[in-house]
Ligand binder design. Structure first.
Ligand SMILES: [Zn+2]
Length: 348
């Protein structure tokens, strides 16, 4: 009589022969783990790609396709960009939906100087002399997230003085909005009027760091309420003509903040620029009708009203399409700013 072997009874020698050595087992486990990780990252990237899809453009807002209204820019009108700081930066894919992960962008903080025969003005003020003290109220996370580089730091006031411009020449400042990286320089120009919409000022008064730093605007002595009392232009429902000759026109761009303001500059040379604050951080956002990355918008509350800001992105997208002669300038796009005259050079 033969005895059948028990199904689980293997002798030690055959068990050792059927099992891979310990090193091979770990290698196999490592491969499985790596494959799972790659699949996880790929699934995440695919989901993010879908979430960062361009906005649906639809038809242009009424008036965008109209011929441009006439302007009479004076022959001495000119402008220049004063780059005051450079941020630590981030991957382009965070700054604009479907941007490149491989491209590290360094958004800059600038002021735009406009010299008009009726007065010198700034649009935004960039980082000012007191930025370190202003910025110190932020917590550690935000100090890192919004850090600025020491090497690129040169306040507008220093640049003006070095070039022999008296700071009191700056009669007024129009901040695109009151976020910290646009109004840090306000205390450096205590005699200048600061033009802000009532909505923006109220928003900022209620605001908190890191977006709004009260020390930057609490000391402003000469506020002026900015009202859009002029006719529709470029598809915007109203406008404000600063000098009455159509050369410098302010436009409502609310969304990113409650009362953000754009500036349309028309020079004697016929060149034309539309400064758009923080509707987008890069020109690619306007070109592709793309918002900031979904991931970043979930991590940080970036916009006062995301829907309104997206409407503003689409509006600018249509302007770019129908008026290619107008150069659109997002406040922080270092690549676009590089193409503009850098102070003390001026362009008319
Ligand atoms: Zn902003």
């Amino acid at each position: 009589m033969t005895t059948l072997p028990h199904p689980f009874a293997q002798d030690a020698a055959s068990q050792a022969a059927s099992e891979p050595p310990r090193g091979a087992r770990w290698r196999r486990r490592g491969t499985i783990l790596l494959a799972a990780l790659v699949a996880f990252v790929a699934a995440g990237a695919t989901a993010l790609h879908a979430l960062d899809a361009p906005l649906h453009a639809g038809p242009p807002p009424a008036g965008v396709t109209d011929p441009l209204p006439s302007a009479r820019p004076p022959s001495t009108l000119a402008f220049s960009v004063l780059q005051t700081g450079v941020s630590g930066g981030a991957a382009e894919a965070l700054l604009v939906g479907r941007g490149r992960w491989t491209e590290h962008r360094r958004p800059s903080q600038s002021a735009v100087l406009i010299r008009h025969p009726h007065g010198v003005m700034l649009y935004d003020s960039g980082l000012g002399r007191q930025v370190d003290a202003q910025f110190a109220v932020n917590d550690r996370f935000h100090r890192h997230a919004f850090r600025y580089e020491r090497s690129g730091f040169l306040p507008a006031l220093d640049q003006l003085e070095r070039a022999g411009w008296h700071p009191e020449l700056v009669r007024f400042i129009v901040p695109s909005h009151l976020h910290w990286d646009h109004v840090s320089g306000l205390p450096d120009f205590p005699d200048a009027q600061v033009w802000v919409t009532p909505e923006e000022r109220e928003h900022a008064q209620r605001g908190q760091p890191p977006a709004f730093l009260k020390s930057q605007f609490d000391g402003v002595r000469h506020w002026r309420d900015l009202r859009f009392d002029g006719p529709p232009r470029l598809g915007f429902s109203a406008s404000h003509d600063v000098f009455g000759d159509g050369s410098v026109v302010l436009l409502p761009l609310a969304g990113h903040t409650a009362g953000q303001v754009g500036l349309w500059l028309r020079l004697p040379s016929g060149r034309s620029y539309l400064f758009t604050g923080d509707v987008t951080w890069t020109i690619e956002g306007v070109q592709q009708a793309a918002d900031r990355s979904w991931l970043l918008r979930r991590l940080l509350p970036l916009d006062h009203d995301e829907r309104s800001n997206q409407a503003a992105i689409l509006h600018l997208h249509h302007i770019m399409k129908h008026h290619p002669d107008i150069t659109i300038v997002p406040a922080h796009d270092e690549n676009v700013l590089k193409t503009l005259p850098s102070f003390p050079a001026l362009q008319g």
